[in-house]
Design a protein around this ligand. Structure first.
Ligand code: FES
Ligand SMILES: [Fe+2]
Length: 373
């Protein structure tokens, strides 16, 4: 058995070399979905590719938390891709600074706390909450110290209706990043969104983060995987819209199930929309239901290890638990079983890559195009 499996692995390797020799790039996703093949399995199993793809995170805007998580003088460890960062608040200003000490690289803070400064637990280097180095013991003889490089590097931070976003390196305008969501969801009163920490969840799953995103980006699986959800939404009318850096899926309510009250000047007026499922590249999901907003953040922790952080912001508590946004815990469990099973499938030498359904998997196709661009 062992030899058989090893033989297949060798064969898989030689297939890939042959295609490359022919000039076929295994990573390219054909822009025409009817001709395209899905992402090759090694994208989910190869450590080098995993790290390369994570480099896309700091080049984009990243959701890093909620304003309501931060009291004055608090520090909260967060991450951009796998880059450890700290969210801080001082004099009403929110900062996102590196969580790595500029002395010898110690992680500065591993859990949220109230404090007026950041002190390294290794040799006591102290920083203000905006990342400036303030004090270092036993360094009085050190020449040219402190320099700018002794401060903690900073990310740009934007506060969008209480949702905090950070960007480490790109010049992309935040307004352009959020534009599709902002304009479509403008009929909601964002100022009334209130966090309910009882809706917070932190799930951990043994699967590659991209499999979680793939699964999110199609409603194709709903009748097979989510029997209860399927009973409240109209699968035959499920819609997917693709934007430059985002995908919107719309679930319609059946019969008298809960739906949005959409004003007459909105493009969706008259439609019985039960849920707007937004995904923004690379790892943010904003699920709008008549009760409010469920935020899911996909946090890669390793090639086959992912955390999913859930936050809930309420608009109308009386609608909580109803319709498509009702039993989110059950839907999450059902999805996790699928995603973890696909992770095992990706490691089989008998699977290389698949094809897309042009009517049901436009979102997955778009994600794979953005990943391999
Ligand atoms: S590593 Fe932080 S003070 Fe030494
Ligand atoms: Fe699902």
């Amino acid at each position: 058995m062992q030899l058989f499996v090893k033989g297949l692995r060798l064969k898989k390797h030689s297939i890939s070399i042959t295609l490359e020799a022919l000039g076929v790039n295994m990573g390219v996703i054909h822009p025409d979905i009817s001709k395209a093949q899905t992402l090759p399995s090694n994208y989910y199993t190869d450590e080098k590719l995993y790290l390369q793809l994570l480099e896309k995170f700091p080049r984009s805007w990243n959701f890093i938390g909620l304003e309501s998580m931060l009291d004055e003088k608090t520090i909260v460890p967060v991450s951009i891709g796998e880059i450890p960062m700290l969210l801080t608040k001082q004099d009403s200003q929110i900062h996102c600074v590196s969580n790595v000490c500029t002395h010898r690289g110690m992680l500065l803070c591993q859990e949220s706390k109230s404090t007026s400064s950041i002190t390294c637990p290794y040799h006591g280097r102290m920083f203000s909450l905006d990342g400036k180095m303030k004090h270092m013991p036993k360094f009085s003889e050190v020449k040219n110290f402190p320099a700018d490089t002794d401060n903690l590097p900073n990310a740009k931070v934007v506060n969008w209706h209480g949702l905090l976003f950070a960007n480490l390196s790109s010049d992309d305008l935040f307004e352009e990043y959020i534009e599709s969501v902002e304009s479509r969801m403008s009929f909601l009163d964002f100022s009334k969104l209130n966090r309910d920490s009882g809706l917070d969840r932190l799930h951990e799953l043994s699967a590659n983060w991209m499999l979680y995103v793939d699964n999110y980006l199609e409603g194709f699986h709903i009748p097979y995987v989510h029997k209860d959800l399927n009973s409240v939404i109209d699968y035959s009318n499920y819609e997917t819209e693709v934007f430059e850096n985002a995908v919107l899926q719309i679930g319609y309510a059946i019969d008298d199930e809960e739906c949005f009250d959409i004003p007459s000047n909105h493009q969706d007026y008259g439609k019985k929309i039960a849920a707007y499922y937004w995904w923004i590249f690379p790892n943010l999901m904003l699920n709008f239901y008549p009760w409010g907003l469920s935020i899911n953040v996909v946090l890669p922790q390793g090639i086959s290890l992912t955390k999913i952080a859930y936050y809930g912001l309420i608009l109308d508590k009386s609608k909580l638990g109803l319709g498509a946004g009702g039993d989110l815990d059950t839907v999450e469990d059902e999805d996790q079983w699928i995603v973890e099973s696909c992770d095992k499938g990706m490691n089989s030498p008998l699977y290389q890559r698949g094809r897309y359904s042009p009517s049901m998997e436009q979102g997955v196709h778009h994600f794979h195009r953005l990943l391999t661009e």
